[in-house]
Design a protein. Structure first.
Length: 440
């Protein structure tokens, strides 16, 4: 960043902070409301040029040379994208790296330099009640290409809670800022104009995929830990303490109780013992087993962590290196339980890629479309289906009753059909706020 731009950004941040301070000062409710509105407008004006329309979803530029973040479930269908920036420019982007479990992808705009960008903030400093601003492309109302500048949508709210665990979002920020399908991958911003997190998931009721006042964002500090791997162009993997077993009891207060340690494992070599009460990981308190697992899995494999345990009424510090989280099957099971729509099939991973239809129920949407057992589904909607994980991820973006194209391999033949998903009983309670159109 040039020195004038750096000074301008510093002045902007200072100005935003000053507005925040004025909100609490004398002048009455009307003055405070005006000051808050002005702060929100200032944040939106600053961040809008760094916004990215990608498919039917959203993204945000985080470096002047064109690196931008979005959700993995937005970017997974292609390695290259034609995207539109918030200022109207159309550019080509390529995917650098992906964090499939954390639902983050890093892309790079080709030939970019000197672009507006949003700095990553300190998400550990976020407090419930703190005002935040979300920018996105809800329901693809801003279009993908050809629309004019300013078509991204702005909503405002507060941090409702921090350290929420929602499926694979192990340490999520909860906000009541309006987040809808299409907001996925867009920024959640503080009034300092810094990135608090990347929006990606909403809570719904009865399969209605609209804002309910409960949205979730991936925190900036978690993303920062994975950026080195993403920038190298690799796949990022989350961490776990291999060989460690903890009690999963809701009434276990004040820590995570160790109930098993495998001899010779990383946990065993680090010095964990049965009966240890884990109370802190790195600088984060772990009052429950769920919070413990959430903290650990928010770090990448290979990270070296300092763990504090209570042992015989005294604290002990242990150093442990994280192993790769083995999560695929648990994530598949979670997704299968929470899809809002279904095709009436039972699937398994196909050795050549895609999912094989092991069973097609009579009278199901798949049967009505002409699909058969042993067909290999390789594409659904505009999304490539590499296996069961991707299959269930795609289903979570679909609306019951809306026909979508499907492509299957039937022996040496490629068959394309339209299939109309039906509502699934016990529909999803949490879904990604993914793009509606998925256009490239």
């Amino acid at each position: 960043m040039s020195e004038p731009k750096r000074r301008a950004w510093s002045a902007y941040r200072a100005g935003g902070l000053a507005v925040c301070l004025f909100i609490g000062s004398a002048g009455g409710p009307a003055f405070a409301e005006d000051a808050l509105q002005e702060a929100i407008r200032s944040v939106a004006d600053r961040a809008m040029p760094a916004f990215v329309f990608i498919g039917g979803g959203s993204g945000v530029i985080i470096s002047p040379d064109g690196e931008f973040l979005t959700n993995q479930h937005v970017a997974l269908s292609s390695e290259r994208w034609e995207v539109r920036l918030g200022d109207g420019r159309v550019m080509t982007a390529r995917r650098l790296g992906a964090d499939p479990y954390g639902d983050v992808a890093l892309l790079k705009l080709e030939g970019a330099e000197g672009l507006p960008w949003v700095p990553l903030g300190d998400s550990d400093a976020l407090k419930p009640g703190q005002p935040v601003v979300a920018i996105g492309n809800p329901f693809a109302l801003g279009g993908v290409l050809g629309a004019q500048r300013g078509d991204a949508a702005v909503s405002a709210g507060v941090i409702s809670a921090v350290h929420r665990r929602q499926g694979a979002y192990m340490d999520a920020i909860q906000t009541d800022a309006a987040i809808n399908p299409g907001n996925s991958g867009g920024p959640l911003l503080t009034l300092r104009g810094e990135l608090a997190g990347i929006n990606g998931r909403i809570a719904t009721r009865f399969g209605n995929r609209v804002n309910s006042g409960v949205g979730f964002a991936i925190p900036a500090n978690q993303i920062r830990r994975f950026l080195p791997v993403l920038r190298r162009g690799g796949t990022a993997y989350h961490g776990m303490i291999d060989g460690l077993q903890v009690a999963r009891q809701r009434n276990a207060a004040d820590g995570a109780l160790v109930t098993g340690v495998r001899p010779g494992s990383p946990a065993g070599r680090a010095g964990f013992r049965v009966g240890d009460l884990i109370v802190r990981v790195d600088r984060y308190p772990t009052p429950t087993w769920s919070r413990f697992e959430g903290v650990v899995s928010s770090f990448p494999e290979g990270a070296d962590l300092d763990v504090v345990v209570v042992r015989e009424k005294a604290e002990a510090r242990l150093d442990v290196r994280l192993s790769r989280l083995r999560n695929r099957e648990s994530e598949i099971r979670f997704l299968a339980r929470t899809i809002p729509a279904e095709l009436g099939v039972r699937v398994d991973d196909a050795p050549t890629g895609g999912v094989v239809l092991v069973e097609v129920s009579e009278g199901s949407p798949a049967a009505a479309a002409g699909l058969r057992a042993d067909d290999i589904l390789v594409r659904l909607g505009d999304r490539r289906v590499a296996g069961r994980l991707e299959y269930f991820l795609v289903l979570r973006w679909m609306r019951p009753g809306e026909a979508v194209p499907a492509e299957v391999q039937r022996g040496a033949e490629t068959v394309r059909v339209l299939v109309t998903p039906r509502p699934r009983e016990e529909a999803a309670e949490e879904v990604e706020a993914g793009g509606e159109t998925g256009e490239e």
